[in-house]
Design a protein around this ligand. Structure first.
Ligand code: NGQ
Ligand code: ZN
Length: 459
């Protein structure tokens, strides 16, 4: 049956009672009617919220999660950094096969679905074989990500990544980066090859990796060559060292430089954008682009804190991503986003606007709107014409049992660690029921096999 009756549902205008939701065979919402009478024979739910967007993922890094939390030996042990983590990550990335990429991505996507993400943007740069040779099919590994999306039901935006240089000033790639090597024509070719896979559950955009890995001319060429309306993502200003290198080479800070040379607009998602000055914060907010915030990874890698309060005051748009996948839960991302700001300002309740003073509701709705824009897909709201992507929260859990609508997101985001996501509908399919993904065991089995193989190679 393609309908659900929600006693409470979070619609774009806020919580509504007795909402009848209907969708069609293609997984698109055809009706969202509040104050409806409960129809006979239609499944019922207590609390329903739209599924969240995960706007930044490197799926293969899921298998590295938790394995880099050990100080390096020697006096330098306390100096482990983003850059030393990156070396470990490169070493790991060097060995993975296309089959393993698919197995790891499927495991990740099933976990993300179980925790409430129903869309994900894959920033995909492992495009060549171990050693750096091209695959016979240049889109080979990207197709593996698409296959994992299909097998799990996750809505995917595939972003093949332009990666040509090791640093500002077109520095030559290091041997460990040869697997990532692509030029603008390679990426446009891959985008073209992936075109046949496009559909309501899969969109294809592109991503210059960073201003370190792509020159500004290449960024411009890629943006011009990509079909109109497709999303463009880029890593930017995540680490202080990157800001310093940018100033040394261009006399501009990274975001400043990008915005001066490229028409940054609604097509763009600037991932991290951690280190912004006041002018950049306002300019990014005015551009209509999305800031792609990844709080758990940014904390894990010691990046710094995004100026969220000023950005919200300037009308900036943002979404969340799990990036290196140390977390698979939007609850943890949004909680950390708010808590980081509380620690920074030594105050409470930071992420809100005068129109929406409830932190949980503001964060969920803002991350949905921004995330949806970054996907280039029709997602992010329970609204006719968008994808039927929703979460049924466990109304029998002590945290939710009997609470008022207005408190549901506060309880969901800021109380405890149980997963309150019970059922997940994604693109009109029930992919998670009673907390279990529909193919959980088979997917986990293949994942364990892939991890086992990778362990053997590393020994
Ligand atoms: C990445 N991750 O592409 O996986 C990057 C590290 C880089 C984050 N920035 C590599 N979190 O930036 O050079
Ligand atoms: Zn990233």
């Amino acid at each position: 049956m393609r309908a659900l009756f929600a006693r409470h549902a979070l619609l774009p205008q806020g919580w509504q009672r007795d909402v009848l939701l209907e969708w069609d065979v293609h997984g698109e919402l055809t009706r969202v009617a509040p104050q409806a009478a409960p129809p006979l024979g239609v499944a019922r739910a207590d609390y329903v919220v739209p599924g969240m967007v995960n706007l930044h993922s490197h799926a293969f890094q899921r298998a590295l999660g938790g394995l880099t939390e050990r100080a390096a030996a020697g006096a330098d042990g306390g100096h482990d950094s983003f850059w030393t983590w990156r070396d470990l990550m490169y070493r790991f990335a060097a060995r993975i096969t296309p089959e393993q990429i698919e197995a790891i991505a499927a495991q990740l996507f099933s976990e993300c679905l179980r925790h409430g993400y129903t869309s994900l943007c894959e920033f995909h740069y492992l495009q060549r074989a171990p050693g750096g040779q091209a695959y016979a099919r240049p889109a080979e590994t990207a197709e593996r990500i698409a296959a994992a999306g299909h097998a799990t039901g996750m809505g995917v935006t595939l972003l093949p990544v332009l990666y040509s240089h090791a640093g500002f000033g077109e520095q030559p790639l290091r041997p460990q980066q040869q697997r990532f090597r692509t030029g603008v024509d390679d990426i446009l070719g891959i985008v073209d090859a992936l075109g046949v896979l496009r559909g309501p559950q899969l969109e294809v955009g592109a991503a210059p990796h960073s201003l370190r890995a792509a020159s500004i001319e290449q960024v411009r060429e890629l943006a011009a060559g990509l079909p109109a309306g497709r999303p463009l993502h880029i890593h930017i200003a995540e680490q202080q060292a990157e800001v310093e290198q940018s100033i040394a080479h261009t006399r501009r800070r990274p975001v400043e430089y990008l915005m001066e040379h490229i028409g940054v607009d609604e097509r763009w998602c600037l991932v991290h954008a951690t280190h912004l000055n006041a002018d950049e914060t306002r300019a990014l907010a005015r551009s209509g682009a999305i800031a792609g915030l990844c709080p758990t990874t940014e904390a894990n890698l010691g990046d710094g804190l995004f100026p969220l309060q000023d950005y919200i005051e300037a009308g900036g748009r943002f979404g969340i991503g799990s990036d290196s996948h140390v977390s698979h839960s939007p609850v943890e991302e949004l909680r950390w986003l708010e808590y980081g700001q509380r620690l920074r300002h030594q105050r409470r309740n930071i992420a809100f606007t005068p129109e929406q003073r409830d932190i949980g509701q503001y964060l969920w709705q803002a991350a949905l709107r921004g995330g949806a824009q970054a996907t280039g897909r029709k997602v992010g709201a329970l609204e006719q014409g968008r994808r039927a992507d929703l979460l049924v929260l466990d109304g029998t859990h002590p945290n939710l049992d009997g609470v008022a609508d207005a408190d549901v997101l506060g309880r969901f985001l800021f109380c405890g660690n149980d997963n309150l996501v019970r059922d997940v509908l994604c693109g009109g399919r029930w992919v998670v029921q009673a907390g279990r993904h529909m193919a959980q065991d088979a997917i986990a089995q293949r994942y364990r096999q892939a991890v086992h193989e990778l362990r053997e190679v590393s020994q």
